[in-house]
Write a protein that binds this ligand. Structure first.
Ligand SMILES: Nc1nc2c(ncn2[C@@H]2O[C@H](COP(=O)(O)OP(=O)(O)OP(=O)(O)O)[C@@H](O)[C@H]2O)c(=O)[nH]1
Length: 410
């Protein structure tokens, strides 16, 4: 009971009106309400079944009693008919032996006293008492006839006829009682069928509603799971992929490149002098610059290329296969130019930056993500050490590109 009350209190507690309930919250509420509804339905049904059972028991008992009475009445009526026949024969033949023969019955002979013992209704009890009364009047007269008394008078034929009428009346009462019991049972059955039908319908509607909400919940859950998974692969500041996103997507690009047997390029890009922007204009300005750099990388690359920010002011770009060295080199140049354009800062100021890029290529500089990234990183350090604002090719650390010149030794 305590658990039920606690459940009800939780269900009826109003959520904060300013917070729009989400699909999970709504489902939880529906589930609790559904549970309470089903418990209530079950209790009502159990109560009704108990009441119905009690009522059916009473009706059954009354029915059996009425049937027993009808049986007794019929036996008594049959017996009276036998006596009446015997008396008529006796009247015409004057032979007491015939009378005795017809009046014999198998013990226990039906008696009006048995009706009294069975009767329940006060009105019936009065009627049965009258039958018993007539029976006791009849007894001595019959005995008199049997003992060889006068054959004509006073033969108790009218008394017998009267008793038979009373029995018919009693039987009619019992038969109408039986019909009434049948009617009650039919009504009870219809009522039970209606209740069961309504319960089934309710359960069906509830089940369908629950199924529909469960589907919505599962879909919302799947969407949330996907969004969470996607968010865990992204850098919250710039929206670019983070280290996890880089690992996952670079693996995918490498799988495709291996399958197609085509070259793929990885560029490790490290901003030059980024710390100065933080120092001179504040961390928020640095964040703005990082976001702008990511936007420029995306603007320079194809949609299928990968832009990631594994950390700080370092970016890794993967160019989807097929990309040969000349194309990768040209893309790296465009990236240098994009980074070097003036960067607007909050407050109206502008900043200028450059980058050091290391270029590695699959399969030449590494057959796996780890080897390729290491090669691109090493080349990027080489570019940094070589004077920044340049591109160094992995494995060819003597080859570099500086804007304004064609190729120069790092
Ligand atoms: N605003 C901002 N700054 C960051 C973030 N992550 C790292 N940094 C800063 O980026 C700077 C990176 O350091 P460095 O690479 O040594 O700075 P740098 O001036 O580019 O040095 P070089 O690469 O040698 O040119 C540090 O000052 C970090 O505090 C960030 O999310 N937002």
């Amino acid at each position: 009971m305590d658990a039920l009350l606690r459940l009800f209190r939780t269900t009826s507690s109003r959520p904060d009106a300013s917070v729009r309930p989400g699909v999970f919250h709504r489902f939880e509420r529906l589930q609790r309400l559904g549970l309470i509804g089903f418990i209530a339905l079950f209790l009502v049904l159990a109560l009704m079944a108990l009441m119905q059972n009690g009522r059916s028991g009473q009706v059954m008992q009354a029915h059996e009693q009425a049937q027993a009475l009808v049986g007794e009445i019929n036996q008594l009526r049959g017996r009276l008919l036998d006596i009446e026949d015997a008396l008529r024969i006796y009247q015409t033949t004057d032979n007491p032996a015939l009378l005795r023969l017809r009046m014999r019955c198998e013990p226990p002979c039906p008696r009006a006293a048995a009706l009294q013992a069975l009767g329940v209704e006060p009105a019936q009890r009065v009627l049965f008492a009258r039958i018993a009364e007539w029976e006791s009047t009849l007894g001595p007269l019959l005995q008199q006839a049997l003992d060889g008394g006068p054959a004509t008078a006073p033969l108790p034929l009218p008394a017998i006829a009267h008793m038979r009428r009373l029995l018919l009346e009693a039987e009619e009462v019992e038969l109408s009682r039986l019909r009434w019991h049948d009617e009650i049972r039919r009504t009870q059955n219809t009522y039970l069928q209606l209740v069961l039908g309504a319960t089934l319908l309710l359960a069906l509607v509830g089940g369908l509603l629950l199924q529909q909400r469960t589907r919505a919940l599962v879909q919302a859950g799947l969407r949330a799971e996907k969004a969470l998974e996607e968010a865990s692969l992204r850098d919250p500041l710039t929206g670019a992929y983070n280290r996890r996103g880089l690992d996952q997507h670079l693996e995918r690009l490498l799988r495709d490149a291996r399958r197609q047997q085509q070259p793929l390029a990885v560029l490790a890009l490290d901003l030059d002098g980024f710390k100065a922007i933080n120092d001179n204009h504040g961390h928020a300005a640095g964040d703005t610059v990082l976001r702008e750099i990511v936007a420029r990388l995306h603007g320079t690359l194809r949609a299928e290329d990968l832009v990631t920010r594994p950390g700080g002011d370092e970016f890794v770009v993967a160019l989807q296969a097929p990309v040969d060295e000349a194309q990768a080199w040209a893309t790296a140049q465009r990236l240098l130019q994009a980074v070097s354009r003036p960067l607007p800062l909050p407050g109206g100021a502008t900043a200028r930056l450059s980058a050091s890029i290391g270029l590695a290529q699959f399969p030449r500089d590494g057959g796996c993500a780890q080897a390729l990234l290491a090669a691109a990183d090493t080349a990027s350090y080489a570019a940094k050490r070589g004077g920044k604002n340049r591109i160094c090719v992995a494995g060819e650390s003597s080859v570099a590109f500086v804007p304004g010149a064609l190729r120069r030794v790092c």
